[in-house]
Structures are given as structure tokens and as C-alpha cells.
Design a protein around this ligand. Sequence first.
Ligand SMILES: Cc1cc2nc3c(=O)[nH]c(=O)nc-3n(C[C@H](O)[C@H](O)[C@H](O)COP(=O)(O)OP(=O)(O)OC[C@H]3O[C@@H](n4cnc5c(N)ncnc54)[C@H](O)[C@@H]3O)c2cc1C
Length: 495
Amino acid sequence: MHNRTEQKEKEMELTAMYDVCIIGCGVIGAAAAFELSKYQADILVLEKENDVAMGSSRANSAIIHAGYDPKPGTLMARLNVEGNAMAEQLCKDLSVPFERIGSLVLAFSEEEEETIRMLYDRGVKNGVPGLRIIDAKVIHEMEPEVSPNARMALYAPSAGIITPWDYTLAFAETAVRNGVKIQLNSPVIGIERLPEGGYCLKTPDTEYQARYVINAAGVHSDTIHEMVAEKTFTVHPNRGEYYVMDKAECFRANHVLFQCPNQDGKGVLVTPTMDHNLLVGPNAEGVEDGDRVNNTAAGMAFVRDKAGKSVPGINYRNAIRNFAGIRANTDKDEFQISIAAENFIDLAGIKSPGLSSAPAIALEAMKLLNECGFAPEKKANPITKRVKKRFRYMNDEERREAIKENPLYGRVICRCETVTEGEIIDAIRSPIPPCSVDGVKRRAGSGMGRCQGGFCGPRIVDILSRELGVNPMTITQDGAGSQLLLTETKQEVGE
Ligand SMILES: Cc1cc2nc3c(=O)[nH]c(=O)nc-3n(C[C@H](O)[C@H](O)[C@H](O)COP(=O)(O)OP(=O)(O)OC[C@H]3O[C@@H](n4cnc5c(N)ncnc54)[C@H](O)[C@@H]3O)c2cc1C
């Protein structure tokens, strides 16, 4: 029965013609889907992984940059500043944790003081609001843990911190509620032009047709581009590794603390996160495989060494996790945003500040689609808001109310982060249901704390298997190859 339904769905896909197909559901594909979902159009998103936000969009510094770093006149400069300005209202509307805590770029030498002045001038040209150069005294008043060797800094009050996977999920979930179809586990492996116009997109299981295509495939966006057009850029995947520190270390930084940028990027930063941890990293290392996010001893040693220059007192015994993300760097110092072929748009090579620029890039995609002749009507009342309950941020009154409405809000599952069973079930029943323990973590915040899921992990496996109606043995940490339970060790009495 199940197979017959699947077969029928495949046959329907073969004949359906979507208006737009977006390849990739990182923050860029998701923001584009959200923007397009406000129009009367059939939109499909094809994502190769088992969840959204599985590429750079889940593993980065989580900064909404102010916009003084990109060269004036570039798309990166304009879209960064525009995206930063849009973030606050969007995060309010979509219930995404975001705070404009401001950033400091620290200078430790005369030469770096020159860089600070250059960045200030760039920022002013780029239209960054409120920039100020501050001296050592002000730095140490604002940041008592910063090294006494810091002598000057660029202060950018508009810089913010965000939960990047939740930004992506918020766009994607709202797009789905507006009718967008997101097909997970669907890598695009070939694209053919249709004789009557539009494209046929091939995945291992089925084929899809669309009049317009948006390439938002991150580190693989060059491969997708070359399926329809001449090579114009190459992605050079570049790994950045991090430490996540326990909340006990969060007092070390009140703002995002950058060092002066160099040829390898923005350098090692120290910053609080939205969950009140401290994030330290990243390094920058060219790698062959854009999907391999392993940490290395050398990378971590580099991060500790460089971070010590800004904040010497960090206690690495309080590290609770390491992770790595891959930048979609290209041979061009610019986002690759253009009409790459007839009715085919590249939102490609979106390196940093891609997270900051995402909503502005989505508007840019809309402009390019219009240029290609796609001008759908706006929907009368598209959904533009998302409500997300977070028990840990509620006051006592709100908690009592939440528990009265749903007693499962009174059952704490993740003790480190105070995440309740009610929130976990909300996550599992959300518009893009998670199928793994980490999928629940990205939505509900469980397992983010000091024990890293040691306590709540087995309970989440239980809840997932109960809610999804599957055997707990099939539940993974985060997709294929990460099975948590390998064999049954006990049997019920009487079996
Ligand atoms: C270490 C690091 C630090 C960073 N720090 C910041 C920061 O602080 N602030 C900031 O603004 N930016 C930052 N960035 C940049 C930011 O993370 C990216 O610009 C942004 O996440 C890019 O989003 P994306 O959607 O283009 O790519 P991704 O998030 O990688 O999404 C691409 C998606 O395409 C899918 N895909 C790939 N190939 C296929 C295929 N063939 N078929 C179907 N799907 C496919 C992938 O699975 C993936 O989900 C950082 C990046 C890194 C790596």
C-alpha cells in the first residue's frame, strides 16, 4: 500500500510543473522560499540532506555582521547592511532569538590601528550606522576580560548574534505553511532543459519540472551551475573550527570580539551566543571535501592560541563541544548572484556575510526572477509570523499558563536547558518534522547544555519513536550512519 502511494506520488511529480524550484535549503534557499511563498506560485525546494540547515547555515559564527568588512560597491557590502537592517523585525515576527549586542574589532599594533581606520572608512561608505573608534580605556570598561594589549577598537553597535539554524528553520517552516513543498533527502544529480522551456531536475528517486530554478546549493553551487552553464567560478571549501564553552565562561565577552581581518577572513573571534554560552573560533583551512565537518587537533590548538590574544583568561576545561563549518569560498571576492542561464538564477558561493545578508539576498532573487519574466501576484494574506514557545525564557506567570494549556510543559526533559516535553512534541509536530535527535535539538534546544544530551538523549529517542510510530532502533543522532541503538539487550518478562 505504502509503495503504491509512493509510486503514485512519483508519477504525479513527473507530470507536475512547478513555477520555481530552489536547490538547497540552507539559510539562502530558505529565505528565498519564504519570500516567494508570499506570491501565488507553486514552489518546490529540493534538499539533499534529511533536514534543512545542514550545511554552512548550521555551523558558523552566528553573527549578523554590521557590514564594515566587505569592499564598498560590492553586492556583499550592500546586501550585508540591508540584511542586518531587516533582521530585527524578521526575528521578532518569526520568533528567532536575536540580539544586537554590538561588535568590537580589536587592534594590538600600530599597523592594526591603520586597519581599524580603514574599516571605519569602509563602514561609513557602506552605510553602517553608529560606527565609532574607541581607545584602550573604553575597550576595557566595556570588556574587562580583553587583553591589556588591546589599544584601539572599531565599535559597531548594529552587529548582532542569532541562532542561525533557527533563522533558517523559521524561513523554511513559514514557507511550508504558505504552501511551499520541501523535499528532503533529494540531491539534484542532473538538470536538463525542457524543449518547451523550463528545466527537468533529476534526483536519484524521481524527476521534477520547473519553469525557473534557483541554485542555492552552498559549497556545491558550482557543480549545480555547471549543469546548465559554462564554468564562471569555482568553490574552494574552507573549514572553520570552534569551541563552544559552558555558560560559566559567558562573562568573558559582552560583545562580539573580532581581531583585525586578514587574507584568511575575519580571524578568530570570541562571542557570547544567544544561549549564553561562549563561542571561540574559527580557524580557516582549505579542504577537499565540502561536506566533511570534522575537527582537528591542530585546528583547535590554533583557535586557542589566537583567541588568547584577545581574551587570555578563557578556561578550556569548560569546553562542552567542538564543531566545524565549511565556507563556500570562491575564486571571486564576491557573492555569485546572477542570471546564470535562461530562467536559472545563481545564489551561489554565498560565503560570509551570507547569514547576515540572507533576507536581502532573497529580495535580490525576486528581482532577478522578475527580470526573467516571472512576476506572480502577491497573495492577499500570506503568513509572515511564527510563534515559538520557549519555556526557559518564560516568567513564572507564563510558565503556569503554558502548563495549564498543556501539562507536558510541566515535564522537563532537558535539565541543562530546561526544555519540556511539550516543546519537544511541538518540534516533532512542526511544519518540517525532525527525524533525528539533533533535528529535535535544533528545533527545541534540548541537548545544547553542559551534558550535551547525556541525560535527555535517551528520553528524546523514546518520545521520537512514540510520536513517529517507529522502532527506537531506527532513530539516529543525525541521519544515516549515526544509529544510537544497535541491539536489544533486555526482553520483557514472559517473552
Ligand atoms: C566557519 C563559518 C563562519 C561563518 N560565520 C558567519 C557569520 O558569523 N555571519 C555571517 O553572516 N555569515 C557567516 N558565515 C557564512 C554563512 O554561514 C553562509 O554564507 C550561509 O550559511 C550560506 O548559506 P547557503 O544557504 O548558501 O549554504 P548552506 O547552508 O551550505 O546550504 C546549502 C544547502 O544546499 C544543499 N545542497 C547542496 N548540494 C545539493 C544538491 N545537489 N541537491 C540538493 N541540495 C543540495 C546542502 O545540503 C545545503 O543544505 C560563516 C560560514 C562559515 C562556514
